[in-house]
Design a protein around this ligand. Structure first.
Ligand code: AMP
Ligand code: MG
Length: 433
């Protein structure tokens, strides 16, 4: 399926993308660039209620219909005053003309020599430009207040109309993945519904005769299928609509049927297993018959073999990410190859994840020549500075290394062994929002 395929593709065919590259030793950045150039975003837009927009991709720029805040107002509980009344050399005494609460509309006139008691958010009275916080003042009898010289400067504690957002200016850009602050910001504009791209539909299945599903007995030589669960988790976090197609046996008829029905139902198809070099299975063969698919050996570890392309069946087409079978490799290729492509298909604007530089707490073995994604744990040393160590054995089948980690240690292609104290690139798994 996919509404992104209306009309012939104006993009180069996948084979054309290889013109300058060797698919047998494809650097990570080039593989990522080919994927980015090849996929197209879903076009359909739906209007959703504000709360339902969380995590969705904004489909149009949002222009602020109003000033936020709408009026100049007080940033503190205190007294609004005219800065011309401030004394530089001795205490200032002002008569309190009344009180304005946040939300009060009519503000009392404030004459020179007077002030108005205001609460945070109260509209600044005409003529006043400064607020002295309540705790810096003392009562002076006769309904007056007094405060020492030098406690406030002209303009202090006053919020300007439109200082958060000005009417007519862009508040949020199309392509944004909507986060909690954005929901609040949209609410501050009085916006109840927003246009978002429709959810991306992703079908996924695991391949391999040795795979057993939870609930089945674990026959000799077999392993439980874990990839479908990590894929479920990763795709759910991206906000995709999921079609879990289970385990598919490594035989041509089953694989073809699964790939065809996945392709007819989804925008993207993700498989695991069967794409390694010299794999004695049919996955690659069937993928190749269904479309324009490249079988890459990417200069990365784990996750060297991967298939990418577009497959078609009965007039429907879908992008295909054929990920390797090893449980860590499937996660690493998902995060560093498929994720960017899927986000682009979802209509998201590029938003590179931060890669922080952190000191290595232990030596890290690394051969130059390919990008490595080692699983790390960031902690803090005695001085409170971040440091990173590796989660033990880094084999691509050791899923525990992912489970124990709180970050990915990204070691660039040219990097060699890392000594204690060297800075390494670290991508945290979890964020604040
Ligand atoms: P493959 O890429 O198909 O050659 O598989 C490489 C390794 O990953 C083999 O040891 C497989 O048994 C294992 N593997 C493949 N798919 C899965 C899966 N879905 N869950 C757990 N292990 C898997
Ligand atoms: Mg296999």
């Amino acid at each position: 399926m996919t509404d992104s395929t209306s009309g012939p593709s104006i993009l180069p065919t996948l084979a054309g993308c290889y013109a300058d590259h060797d698919p047998n030793a494809l650097p990570v950045e080039q593989a990522q660039a080919i994927i980015a150039a090849f996929v197209t975003p879903v076009q359909a837009i739906e209007q959703v209620a504000l709360r339902s927009a969380l995590g969705r991709i904004l489909a149009a720029d949002i222009i602020s219909p109003i000033n936020v805040p709408a009026h100049d107002n007080s940033a503190m509980d205190g007294y609004a005053l005219r800065s011309g009344d401030l004394r530089a050399d001795r205490p200032t005494t002002l008569a309190v003309a009344g009180t304005a609460l946040a939300g009060d509309t009519a503000t009392l006139p404030v004459a020179p020599g007077e002030c108005l008691r205001v609460m945070t958010g109260a509209v600044m009275p005409e003529g006043c430009d400064t607020v002295i916080p309540q705790e810096l003042t003392q009562a002076a009898g006769d309904g007056s207040i007094v405060f020492e010289a030098g406690l406030v400067r002209a303009g202090d504690n006053r919020r300007f109309a439109g200082e958060d957002l000005q009417a007519g200016t862009p508040a949020l850009p199309a392509g944004l993945r909507i986060r909690p602050a954005d929901l609040g910001l949209l609410a501050s504009l009085g916006i109840a519904e927003v246009p978002v791209r429709r959810r991306l539909r992703v079908a996924f299945f695991s391949t391999g005769n040795e795979l057993r599903s939870i609930g089945q007995p674990l026959d000799a030589g077999c392993v439980y299928d874990s990839n479908r669960y990590t894929l479920f988790g990763m795709l759910s976090r991206l906000g995709c609509e999921l079609i879990d197609m289970g385990v598919v046996r490594d035989d041509p008829a089953s694989l073809e049927a699964a790939l065809r029905s996945a392709c007819e139902a989804a925008d993207a198809v993700i498989t695991s297993g069967g794409v390694s070099v010299g794999a004695a299975d049919y996955t690659k063969q069937i993928m190749a018959t269904l479309g324009d698919v490249g079988f890459w050996k990417i200069g990365m570890r784990p996750g060297r073999p991967m298939a990418f392309g577009r497959i078609s069946s009965n007039g429907k087409s879908a992008y295909l990410f054929g990920l390797p079978g090893n449980p860590v490799a499937v996660m690493v290729t998902f995060y560093f190859m498929a994720r960017g492509g899927l986000l682009r298909m979802m209509g998201a604007a590029d938003a590179p994840l931060p890669l922080l530089q952190v000191r290595a707490q232990v030596p890290i073995r690394k051969k130059p020549g390919r990008t490595e994604y080692q699983r790390g744990i960031v902690s803090y040393d005695a001085a409170g500075l971040p440091q990173v160590r590796i989660t033990g054995a880094q084999g691509s089948g050791i899923l525990r290394s992912m489970s124990e980690a709180n970050c990915m240690v990204v070691l660039a292609e040219a990097q060699g062994n890392v000594a204690v104290g060297d800075l390494v690139g670290v991508m945290p798994f979890d964020g604040l929002v």
